[in-house]
Design a protein around this ligand. Structure first.
Ligand SMILES: [Zn+2]
Length: 266
């Protein structure tokens, strides 16, 4: 029993990959970062964040690559020989490697995990309003295809993110988004204009040829569920992560069990 035992909040099953979402659970540190904050850019104690990152690395068994996320539609590929500790500026990353895990950090934006278990290609994407509308998911699928993936085989897990009933935006912003992404148009619980980024993401992914049955988008709303960090709840807060690595490799022990679905998943 370690203090990090509950580090994995959710572990969606994906063929050929181990996928997980962290939450606030399992970390240390005072408010407003109380919990398993994984972000170095939010003002938290770097020593604490590094301990959290080491714990996550121990959990997944390989180095975890993070991005300098800037709400872009840019995708990078982690190729053999690349230093997994190098932090590149982008909002999605793709790899065929079995010895690294890919992460995105979020607090309301969508963490999207993708895998083609046959081709051995995995990806993570950070999709907020800007990235979603600018095509970060289309770009991610395109780069995965360049690496050998096929959309009809892709499995996708969309993690905890703010829901359409909570994400209030100005009317004009909803109109602009709906013009290109009709599914994003939503109404908040209190009757004002909203954006449903998850529905928008599903719409985009289906448009890329990914079967609806392969897309999971049933994770909780970050604003409603205090288990997760939410930027809308508190602008000064931490970030949790969506993480994926290829499984079935010979590198790390314990993979076989993990890839069968984590018993700690909710
Ligand atoms: Zn909500």
């Amino acid at each position: 029993m370690t203090r990090y035992e509950s580090l994995v909040a959710r572990a969606p099953r994906m063929r050929g990959a181990r996928a997980l979402f962290t939450s606030r659970a399992g970390g240390e540190g005072p408010a407003p970062f109380d919990g398993l904050n994984l972000a170095l850019h939010v003002g938290d104690d770097p020593a604490v964040v590094h301990r959290h990152r080491l714990a996550l690395e121990a959990e997944v068994g390989v180095p975890v690559t993070y991005l300098d996320q800037v709400h872009s539609a840019d995708v990078v590929v982690v190729r053999s020989g690349d230093d997994p500790r190098a932090v590149r500026t982008a909002d999605a990353q793709v790899t065929r490697r079995t010895d690294v895990a890919l992460a995105v950090m979020v607090a309301d934006c969508l963490p999207v995990l993708l895998a083609d278990g046959d081709a051995g290609v995995i990806a993570v994407a950070h999709a907020g309003r800007r990235g979603l509308l600018d095509g970060v998911l289309e770009n991610t699928v395109a780069v995965m295809q360049q690496e050998g993936a096929r959309p009809e085989r892709l499995e996708v897990a969309i993690g905890p993110a703010i829901c359409g009933a909570c994400y209030e935006v100005p009317d004009r912003m909803r109109e602009d988004a709906a013009r290109t992404h009709p599914a994003t148009a939503a109404t908040t619980r209190w009757g004002t204009p909203g954006l449903d980024l998850r529905a928008g993401a599903v719409e985009v992914l289906r448009g890329q040829g990914i079967p609806a049955v392969n897309i999971r988008s049933d994770a909780p709303c970050t604003l409603e569920d205090g288990e997760f960090f939410s930027y809308r709840r508190a602008s000064r807060t931490g970030r949790f992560a969506g993480v994926i690595r290829r499984s079935g490799s010979s590198r790390a022990q314990g993979d076989a069990g993990a890839s069968r679905g984590d018993v700690r998943s909710a």
